[in-house]
Write a protein that binds this ligand. Structure first.
Ligand code: DOR
Ligand code: ZN
Ligand code: ZN
Length: 424
């Protein structure tokens, strides 16, 4: 029998079901799966479940320029804690990731500090050198409404040539779909007012416009939040869609105040339930956290002045595992949206326990629940909107064959790689 560097053994999730198996790993990659395998080293997880680790395809790690909120070291530690071994970082940093040099500098900072693998989005702006950035970026990001950062593209006509270049590059175009021209700017005292300022039509209109103007691109509609948007994205040819845990689990009636202020906003119970049902039926392509940390001091501002966004990279997989444990969601649906589809859409060899894929794994014990507590979180922002929610945190997290976290404590030394430039 051939011996590999490492063998990971347990109840492995392979082709949609659990089976007792050995995963043979060489050079960080899965090279063999069999009932019995020899290895130089062995990690035996007994009867615990072994799943592919998650890819969080939408995070804001705030580096460079806003590292008082988060940076690649703290953000990636939070990711590991939540069973995420690869993050795709958004370009609304300071400076924005809108030039080849900004992209190269962010990649360098991330490579020096990140404990998980990463990909970087480049901003799609008028005049952006799409061709120069497309080799390095995991995708492009288009902001159709003002939010954190300075990347608003108010008219799609102003980026016609750039959109054509994105189409030629074959890279996905991730879209923050809210129509700036339909945004109301009335004073808001709470989540209901915020929702009215950015209503469902504001989102639907942006989706319609970008679907027309960027029909040659591989469109990926981020954080779909309104039930009225569902027919515009689900099952549409050439369009993939993302849902977040917060839009699916929280609504404007929660007493969260500024901590629940996000763009697009938390909406009504009916919206939340429609998103949950669509997700449960496997109709969304991906779930991503839109991890957008702001400090408690910033969130203590009056409602209109407090920044939008909430952390989530650390709680997404654990809360979804709890839903699996409670039989509200099928494991296959969760693995598809958190692991398999992000890998397929963004061209990353992760998200499956199969030969040829990176050995990025999480070990889960469905008998062991633990409440989400801000005190336990590694994100620099120090709070969570899910305080007290039951969750199943991974017992162990493995990145490319290296045990990186065990029982919530960091153990590994591996540095994250750029999944695009380093040939992920
Ligand atoms: O709520 C949000 N926060 N929506 C965004 O689009 C940006 C994000 C952030 O970066 O804070
Ligand atoms: Zn967004
Ligand atoms: Zn975002």
């Amino acid at each position: 029998m051939r011996s590999t560097e490492l063998v990971v053994e347990g109840e492995c999730y392979i082709s949609g079901r659990f089976e007792r198996a050995c995963i043979g790993i060489d050079g960080g990659r899965i090279v063999a799966i069999a009932r019995n395998l020899e290895g130089e080293r062995r990690l035996d997880f007994g009867s615990r479940k072994i799943l592919p680790a998650a890819i969080d395809s939408h995070v804001h790690f705030r580096e460079p320029g806003m590292t008082h909120k988060e940076d690649f070291a703290t953000g990636s530690l939070a990711a590991l804690h939540g069973g995420v071994t690869c993050v795709l970082d958004m370009p609304n940093t300071v400076p924005p990731t809108s030039t080849p040099s900004a992209l190269a500098e962010k990649a360098e900072a991330a490579a020096a500090k990140s404990l998980v693998d990463f990909g970087l989005f480049a901003a799609l702006m008028p005049g952006a050198d799409v061709r120069a950035m497309s080799g390095r970026a995991v995708g492009f990001k288009l902001y159709m409404a003002g939010t954190t950062g300075d990347l608003l593209v108010p008219s799609l006509a102003s980026v016609e040539a750039e959109l054509a270049e994105v189409a030629r590059s074959g890279k996905p175009l991730a879209v923050h779909a809210e129509d700036e021209s339909l945004r109301r700017k009335e004073p808001a005292e709470g989540l209901d007012g915020h929702m009215r300022n950015r209503n469902g039509e504001c989102e639907a209109s942006a989706i319609r416009k970008v679907s027309r103007a960027a029909s040659g691109c591989r469109l990926h509609i981020c954080h779909v939040s309104s039930k009225d948007s569902l027919p515009l994205v689900l099952g549409q040819k050439g369009v993939t869609s993302e849902v977040t845990p917060h839009h699916m689990l929280l609504d404007r009636d929660r007493p969260l105040g500024t901590y629940g202020k996000v763009n697009p906003p938390l909406r009504t119970r009916a919206d939340r339930q429609a998103l949950f049902l669509a997700f449960k039926e496997g109709r969304f392509d991906t779930m991503a956290s839109d991890h957008a940390p702001h400090t408690i001091d910033e969130k203590k501002e009056d409602f209109d002045f407090a920044p939008s966004g909430m952390p989530g990279v650390e709680t997404m997989l654990p809360i979804m595992m709890q839903h699996v444990r409670d039989r509200h969601l099928a494991l296959a649906t969760v693995v598809r949206a958190l692991c398999e589809r992000p890998g397929e859409i963004f061209g990353i060899r992760k998200g499956r326990i199969d030969t040829g894929y990176d050995a990025d794994l999480v070990v889960v014990d469905f008998m062991e629940g633990r409440e989400v507590k801000a005190d336990d979180m590694y994100s620099k922002c120090g709070w969570t909107a899910y305080e007290g929610m039951p969750a199943v945190f991974p017992r162990a997290v493995i990145l490319r064959g290296e045990l990186m976290m065990r029982d919530g404590e960091r153990v590994g030394e591996l540095r994250g790689r750029d999944v695009v430039s380093d040939g992920g």
